[in-house]
Every structure is written in C-alpha cells, then in structure tokens.
Design a binder for this molecule. Structure first.
Ligand code: SAM
Ligand code: ASE
Length: 349
C-alpha cells in the first residue's frame, strides 16, 4: 500500500457512522411534539417551558433542543428573562415540513421511518445475506404475502398510506406534468393508495377521470381518511391487480408499484395492463430511477436497499423498465428524469 498521510481525517466515514444520531434526534423531536408546540406558541420557549408542556425531563429536553438547533431545525435567541439560557422557535423549514398540521407536513413520513423502516433496517445485514425482506424478524409476521405483512394491522396500513401520501404534495406536480397527458381521458391509478397522485392528476388535467384502483381495505381507508366523495373526477375500484381482470382505460399509472416486485411479477402486471389498454393508450411509470452506469443517484441506491428490507423488488434503471415495457408489448418508451426523487416513463400501446 502507498504511504498514508499521517493527518488523514475520515470525515465522511465519521459522518456516516453516526448518521443515525441525526435521524433519531429528528424522529424524537417530532414524536414528542416539539415542532407543534413551538408552532402553537405565541413566543419562543425555553427548554424548561417545553419540557413542562411535553411532560419530559428538563435536562433531556435541554439537550434535544440544543441538538435540534445545531441541526438548524430550530432557531435560538437569548432568553430575556434568564441570563445564560436561550429560547427556541421553529425555522421556516420546520414549520412547513415538521408540524403535524401543515399541508406539506412530513410528520407521517418521519413516523413511518422511525417506527417501521428503522426496525427493518436493523436487519439490513440479514437482508443482504438472505436477499429478502425482514418482516419476520422485525415484526414476527409471515412475509409470504407482501402486503399482508406490510398491512399487518389497520394502524400500520394507515401509517403506510400516510407515508405514501406525503411525498406527492411535495413533488407530485413534476411527475404528472412531465408528459402531456391531456389526451388520456380515462385514467386508472393502479395501487393508487391514498389518492394523492390521482388528486395531482385531476388538478392538472380537468378533462380526465382518475380511478383509484387498490386492495379493498385500502380503497375503504382512502375514502374514510383521504378523499371524501364529492370530487366528480375521482372514482374508486376495489380489486387485486394480480388476480382480477383490469378495466379498459386510456392510461394506467403505476407509481412506485413495480419497485415492490420481481421482474417476473412486474412483467405479469404489465402484460395484463397491455391487454386491457385501449389502442393509442399507455402506461405511466413513476419510480426513482438508477442511472445507467448504476453510479447514482444515491437516493435511488439507498431506496433500493430499502426495497430489499421491505419488499420483493428493487429500484431499476430506465433501460430495465424499458425492457419490461417492450417485452409486455408497449412501444415508444419515453424516459424522463426530473432531477428530483421520482422520475417518469411513458409507454404507448
Ligand atoms: N401509487 C402509490 C404512490 O406512489 O403513492 C402507492 C404505492 S405503494 C408502494 C403500493 C400500492 O399498491 C399500495 O397502495 C398497495 O395497497 C397496492 N397494492 C399492492 N398489491 C396490490 C394488488 N395485488 N392489487 C391492487 N393494489 C395493490
Ligand atoms: C414502497 C415504498 C416505500 C414500499 C415500502 C416503502 C417507501 C418507504 N417504504 O413501495 C417510500 C420510498 N422511500 C424509501 C426509503 O424507499
């Protein structure tokens, strides 16, 4: 080995090694309701005040708030009453994304990361060794049927739906407007979940109707918690896209569906869609694409590990989706990278 410099400093390695300290600090501040309390307060609060309101130890809260300020999740200013203490308030980012009631809240995503994904990631080593998801170890449930395991309780199902919901309020516009979808009048959002993407779709294309197709319990929860009937453009269809025949439509949206499944199952689904699709219709895939040389983006590389611990699928390159689409019979595959987390691919019949 060539001579190693004496003063070599492993900055990145130290940062990665302790990265979970940052995640857990954020999770805990959210879970305890720090950002909500500061949002509702008329003035900045001291650690003593926050700890009283949230019923925690004063010392623990003092350290937590100080770390949040270090992470730039909170602003500090000198306490006009006390001498050496400070008072805390939300930054703009925290008030928009970390409070429960904000329309762009990431609260539920954080909750799911903290209470479900973090537990699966505890078994990442096992997942890499075995090449499979870790529901059995993490939660003691059978993973024979993926969504039976994911929806192991109504509460877990709702949490997952809330996680799915939150990202489209932030980057849904990009994925539905990348391609001009205005010629597609009848749209089926297969695995449409909470309906957040369906909402984006009808907002940008006033002439289309979008049907949210999902498992019966998901559709019911969607109607109870996310979309109250009244929106003429949004419809619902309870079904199983592997077992049931698919209705005819102009456009099928598959957002974050294929990444849950193996190539075999993905092809099965795409072939079925191709059969039901009207001539001139198409399919829109929305996924986090890996680059063709597999060197990035880091988010997609890490998401692919998450698919390993949580699903039966993986993140793929544009060319891999294109191969699946053409094998299923689709033509003119058009891949568009948005530069944000999720990209879109449109293919036509
Ligand atoms: N498309 C949504 C999004 O991007 O926010 C949700 C994606 S989520 C990862 C996968 C969705 O597929 C869930 O809503 C799940 O209930 C649904 N799903 C899974 N298996 C299904 C099946 N066999 N038939 C219909 N929907 C299914
Ligand atoms: C799925 C998507 C997700 C299945 C499980 C999931 C997400 C988290 N858990 O289809 C959203 C994407 N985020 C990550 C880290 O993969």
């Amino acid at each position: 080995m060539s001579e190693v410099k004496e003063d070599l400093y492993p900055k990145k390695i130290l940062e990665y090694m302790e990265g979970y300290l940052v995640s857990k600090t954020l999770f805990t501040a959210c879970e305890l309701g720090v950002f909500d309390l500061l949002q509702d307060s008329e003035r900045p609060l001291s650690a003593a005040e926050v700890s009283k309101c949230l019923d925690t130890s004063e010392d623990g809260m003092d350290r937590l708030l100080s770390a949040c300020a270090g992470l730039e999740l909170l602003n500090t200013q000198p306490n006009t009453h006390g001498q050496k203490t400070v008072v805390y308030s939300n930054t703009q980012m925290s008030s928009v994304f970390l409070t429960k009631s904000s329309p762009r809240s990431l609260f539920h995503s954080i909750d799911y990361n903290s209470n479900t994904m973090y537990l699966c990631w505890h078994y990442l080593t096992h997942a890499v060794r075995e090449g499979r998801n870790q529901y059995e170890k993490a939660f003691g449930v059978s993973s024979k049927d993926l969504f039976e395991a994911m929806y192991r309780s109504e509460e877990e199902m709702l949490k997952f739906m809330q996680l799915m919901n939150s990202i489209w309020n932030i980057c849904g516009k990009d994925v539905v407007t990348t391609f001009d979808l205005s010629s597609f009048k009848s749209v089926y959002d297969l695995g449409g979940c909470s309906g957040a993407l369906a909402r984006q779709c009808v907002q940008h294309y006033p002439d289309c109707t979008v049907t949210i197709f999902d498992l019966p319990r998901v559709v019911q929860m969607c109607q109870e918690q996310f979309i109250s009937s009244g929106d003429e453009q949004i419809r619902f269809h309870e079904g199983d896209f592997f077992k049931d025949t698919l209705p005819e439509a102009d456009l099928y949206i598959l957002a974050r569906i294929l990444h849950d499944w193996t190539n075999e199952r993905s092809l099965e689904l795409l072939t079925k869609i191709h059969k039901s699709c009207r001539a001139g219709g198409g399919v829109l895939l929305v996924e986090a694409l890996l680059s063709e040389d597999n060197r990035g983006p880091l988010t997609a590389q890490l998401y692919s590990l998450n698919m390993l611990v949580q699903t039966e699928g993986r993140e793929r390159k544009g060319s891999e989706y294109a191969a699946l689409l053409t094998t299923a019979g689709f033509t003119s595959v058009n891949i568009h990278r948005t530069g944000k987390i999720y990209d879109s691919i449109l293919a036509l019949k």
